[in-house]
Design a protein around this ligand. Structure first.
Ligand code: FAD
Length: 353
């Protein structure tokens, strides 16, 4: 039998990772995106890519938690597979995260801790550890003397999403995926992908256009998020640090070469325009309050993008009218993507064999 031909609309995290898994499984894959592959304006390129099944549980539910747990097993395997096949190294760490609060905001930290203890399955409770100031400094010496204590969330991690997206792009070329860059998909039909100037026949069509799927997948909305990327020589953090605050939670996620992603705002708005002054002030203040050494950090980038969300804030892998959808990855796309992509890749193979 000839290998199945899968057409994927959207080359963000979901579409690009699915294309890679399917190509590895022997499928013929055509990938379409309205943007160039290295365009930074998508959620996938903007994200901090923290892999936080525990902390995210405070604002999600057991379905997202289960997807996150499964994905935390798949990420290291997939990164190793990519490195073995292509020599591409992607920065990935799984050394836990820290949660801290300044003295006036201790109540927020205590509430967060109670929420986690309430929502976590009993078998995972030991992953939440309460630290005093000395234990906190043991994990991150740079924070010595700055906080009276905090939480350590074992097993959480982070990924350099820019490296993942770029490395997958090169690997898809090597695997012979047919990539239609800067080609907007107008609609998907059973076995057909329709662009403005041509239509392409495929065995299965997959819609992974994020917020771009709105017309075809009612219920999808964009939730604006903004991040700063800074470089600060001489500052060392091994793991992401979340800073609790009564109005919002901000975090600093370390990247290679003394770079840090500071995020993220969350605004119920589909405005994808440039980062606002208010958000710069909030993000930069959080960074500076974590440690004054960040006052000398250089701002490398400020990005805003729309997280694709469904009303229940759960991701969805569904088939409608002969078209597969992978969408609604919202604020935990990196956390959940491997489990969702793996599920869809196996469903597609089962449909075509
Ligand atoms: C500020 C911010 C911080 C985040 N932090 C984290 C985090 O720490 N951890 C985490 O797990 N998740 C995080 N996320 C969430 C994560 O980034 C998203 O869930 C994920 O990237 C969604 O991926 P996607 O591929 O579904 O959508 P997208 O990234 O939106 O990709 C959709 C693709 O479809 C293309 N497209 C759209 N319309 C069309 C069309 N008509 N034709 C062809 N192509 C089209 C777009 O160009 C794009 O490339 C964050 C998101 C933001 C914005």
């Amino acid at each position: 039998m000839t290998s199945p031909h899968i057409g994927i609309a959207g080359a963000g995290l979901a579409g690009r990772t699915l294309a890679w898994r399917l190509a590895r499984m022997g499928c013929r894959v055509s990938l379409f995106d309205a943007r160039q592959r290295d365009d930074l304006a998508t959620a996938s390129q903007t994200a901090a890519a923290m892999l936080s099944p525990l902390a995210e549980l405070a604002v999600s539910d057991e379905a997202v938690f289960a997807l996150g747990q499964r994905s935390m097993q798949l990420w290291p395997q997939w990164i190793a597979e990519l490195a073995q096949a292509s020599g591409e190294e992607v920065y990935y760490r799984q050394q836990g995260t820290l949660v801290v609060a300044h003295a006036p905001d201790q109540a927020s930290l205590e509430h967060f801790s109670r929420l986690l203890h309430h929502k976590l399955p009993a078998a995972c409770l030991s992953q939440v550890q309460t630290l005093d100031g000395a234990a906190l400094a043991g994990y991150e010496p740079m924070l010595a003397g700055r906080f009276g204590g905090g939480l350590y969330l074992a097993g959480e991690g982070q990924l350099a999403n820019d490296q993942w997206m770029a490395a997958l792009g090169r690997e898809l070329d090597r695997l012979g995926v047919s990539w239609h860059e800067a080609q907007s998909v107008v609609s998907l039909e059973a076995h057909r992908i329709v662009c403005a100037d041509a239509a392409y026949s495929v065995d299965w069509a997959v819609d992974a256009r994020g917020v771009g799927s709105k017309a075809q997948l009612p219920g999808i909305r964009g939730v604006r998020g903004e991040v700063l990327r800074v470089e600060c020589a001489g500052v060392n953090l091994q793991r992401p640090v979340r800073l609790m605050h009564p109005r919002y939670q901000l975090y600093v996620a370390p990247r290679p070469n003394h770079q840090f992603v500071v995020g993220a705002t969350e605004l119920e708005s589909e405005d994808s325009g440039p980062v606002t002054v208010r958000s710069v002030l909030e993000l930069a203040s959080a960074l500076y309050s974590l440690h004054p050494a960040f006052g000398e950090a250089r701002v490398l980038r400020m990005n805003a993008a729309l997280r694709p969300a469904l009303d229940d804030h759960r991701p969805a892998v569904v088939q409608q009218d002969g078209v597969w959808h992978i969408n609604g990855l919202y604020r935990h796309g990196y956390l959940c993507a491997p489990a969702l992509v793996d599920e869809l890749a196996h469903k597609l193979l089962a449909c075509t064999t």
